[in-house]
Structure formats: structure tokens, C-alpha cells
Design a protein around this ligand. Structure first.
Ligand code: ZN
Length: 205
């Protein structure tokens, strides 16, 4: 993603913040959905549900309040010329599909080959989490993670693989439990060098 697109996204999210609905409005919307499901939102067990759902949404979608590029800003340069692959394997995440608001539960493998500077490994996990805590489609999330690392760290290459179960197709719709979706995005030497790509794919098996 280019810096221009990121600046544009920031402007867009600032605009969205201006007409952000109040907590009361969101709770009322949840009440409506409970009534639409055929329930009485005023019965004891459901009275506090709109508040709980609203707080859950706050957590599920907290990624909009974070700037992914900022997470990778602090880097370390004293790495004795280290220029091999760095891989954080099997980072668990929970996200929500933008078509059904259904959970996407999966793991991400994030790799890069640095050019002179590295980030703290926990930052790679936070980057995955930030994009996961937004409305997503897996293909876009995979590209966003790879593009951000590529733009901010300017490494020799980046590889991202995501494997995830989509509840919108396991618990509804075509009802195919046991399926998972695998996506990948390879940039730089991960795209151009077959050996590098192979080494990474092997680590994610
Ligand atoms: Zn869906």
C-alpha cells in the first residue's frame, strides 16, 4: 500500500469518527435485532445484553483506533549484519468477515528478510491483531499485513500466509465445517526467489 493510500484511509476514518453513533444508539440497534429474532429484550436474561454486545463490538473492532504503520516504527539496527529470514509462526487471531459479521478464526505466519534493521517480534503479532480487529476479508487482511511491513521496514522481502476458518460458511450458508481458507502474499525476494518462497512455505506447513 502506498503512503498516499494510507493518508487517504486516515482522512476517511477521521470523517467516520465525526458521525460515529452514540453508545445508546448502538444498544438500541441490538435491542431491535433481539426483538427481530423473536425475543423480549426486557426479560431478565436479556436486559443487559445490548450493553454487553456493544462492549464486545468495541473489543472486536478496536483495530480501527490503531495506526498499523506506527506499530512498526521502532526498529533495531544492531543486528551484526543479520540478513536471513525472520519468521513468526502460527500467530492466532480472531477477526470478523465484512459480509456477515461472522467470526474468522485463524493463524498467521509472518516472515521477512531485513535490510539492516528489524522490529521487535511482538510487533508482528500486534500488526496481525490490529488488522484482525476490523471488518475483514481474508485476502485483504493478508495483503494489508504484507504491504505494511514492506512499506515501513523496506526489507528485502515479505511473506504472509493466513489459514482461517470462516464461520459464515461453517455455521451458516453452505455449512461446511472442517474447511479452512489459505491465503498468501509474497513480496520482494519471497516473490522472485523460488528457494526463499519454498523455505517459508515449508515453515508454514
Ligand atoms: Zn462472511
Amino acid at each position: 500500500m502506498s503512503l498516499n493510500i494510507r493518508a487517504f484511509e486516515r482522512v476517511k476514518s477521521a470523517e467516520n469518527a465525526a458521525d460515529k453513533p452514540s453508545r445508546t444508539e448502538v444498544e438500541a440497534a441490538v435491542r431491535t435485532m433481539i426483538r427481530w429474532a423473536g425475543e423480549d429484550p426486557d426479560r431478565d436474561g436479556l436486559r443487559e445484553t445490548p450493553g454487553r454486545v456493544t462492549r464486545a463490538f468495541e473489543e472486536f473492532f478496536s483495530g480501527y483506533a490503531e495506526d498499523p504503520a506506527e506499530i512498526l516504527k521502532k526498529t533495531f539496527e544492531e543486528i551484526e549484519g543479520y540478513d536471513e529470514m525472520i519468521v513468526l509462526r502460527g500467530i492466532p487471531f480472531e477477526s470478523h468477515c465484512e459480509h456477515h459479521l461472522a467470526p474468522i478464526i485463524g493463524k498467521a505466519w509472518v516472515a521477512y528478510i531485513p535490510t539492516g534493521r528489524v522490529v521487535g517480534i511482538s510487533k508482528l503479532a500486534r500488526l496481525v491483531e490490529t488488522y484482525a480487529r476490523r471488518l475483514q476479508i481474508q485476502e485483504k487482511m493478508t495483503a494489508q499485513i504484507a504491504n505494511t511491513i514492506n512499506d515501513v521496514l523496506n526489507p528485502q522481502g515479505v511473506g504472509v500466509i493466513i489459514k482461517a476458518v470462516h464461520h459464515c460458511m461453517t455455521t451458516r450458508g453452505v455449512h461446511k465445517p472442517g474447511t479452512d481458507l489459505v491465503t498468501s502474499r509474497m513480496l520482494g525476494c519471497f516473490r522472485d526467489n523460488a528457494l526463499t518462497r519454498q523455505e517459508f512455505l515449508h515453515m508454514a506447513e
